[in-house]
Ligand binder design. Structure first.
Ligand SMILES: [Zn+2]
Length: 254
């Protein structure tokens, strides 16, 4: 039964991933996310329903527009796959619970921000501020309903403050960290709460540092190139949300 639902949630994730692609494409350009309907970015022909099936259409069309042959960005495919896998994992972890819709929302937000940061170097305020408001509302609800496992107001506030100041200080003394990262950190702290926020930050720094070192060693990036930190913050947070309590228990911290 649970495999059936994992499949259902991964299909839902693939469809939502398709929408997240649209959001990540259009929001940084200030375009509407609802109209016009899906079209080829190159020849502007509208996609038929059968060419708009998440994951499957990309594979069947071999990553090219049916009409003009222009390449469809591979990212479209990876976001659809990634959201599908994430939703299956979230269902496997949380089942039908208060957590599931909350974690699906957080995961979707982090995926969109990863794409906009990688492709445009920005974390749009509209998404980050909405995310902060959602995480605050979740903490408020958790405070009164006590569903267990979700950070309550105190835990979220401490987490938000720690993450905010942790990135605020490097942001004022160097140009490596952007204000978008600082605001994203505030969301991450609210969403994970204390002490999970420490793990989320730790994982972000370790993964970001490792990737930056590899990029520098392979000379793909130079010392002066900015390497976006948003994707690593997102990755660290997703891992902390999914397995954080297990990791903390295993490492003897909690
Ligand atoms: Zn086309």
């Amino acid at each position: 039964m649970s495999y059936f639902w994992m499949l259902v949630f991964s299909a839902a994730g693939a469809c939502l991933g398709s929408f997240l692609n649209v959001v990540a494409d259009r929001l940084p350009q200030g375009k509407s996310i609802v109209s016009p309907p899906s079209h080829c970015e190159s020849c502007h022909r509208r996609l038929s329903a059968s060419d708009n099936i998440p994951i499957i259409s990309y594979l069947r069309l071999r990553g090219r527009c049916r009409y003009c042959g222009a390449a469809i960005p591979q990212r479209i495919f990876w976001v659809e796959i990634g959201t599908a896998v994430l939703f299956a994992l979230l269902f496997w972890k949380y089942g039908f619970s208060y957590h599931l819709p909350v974690m699906m929302t957080y995961g979707s937000i982090l995926i969109v921000l990863t794409v906009t940061d990688l492709e445009h170097g920005i974390l749009p305020n509209r998404i980050v501020y909405s995310a902060i408001a959602i995480a605050f509302a979740v903490a408020l609800i958790a405070h009164f309903l006590r569903p267990g496992g979700l950070p309550d107001l105190k835990s979220a506030a401490i987490g938000g403050a720690i993450a905010f100041f942790f990135l605020f200080i490097p942001a004022i003394i160097s140009r490596g960290m952007g204000w978008g990262d600082v605001k994203l950190a505030a969301f991450i702290g609210l969403a994970t709460g204390f002490p999970l926020v420490l793990l989320a930050l730790f994982l972000s720094i370790i993964s970001g540092g490792l990737v930056a070192a590899v990029l520098l060693l392979l000379k793909i990036k130079g010392r002066k190139d900015a390497i976006p930190f948003g994707p690593f913050l997102s990755l660290g947070t997703l891992v902390a949300l999914l397995w954080g309590n297990d990791i903390l228990a295993w490492s003897g911290f909690a």
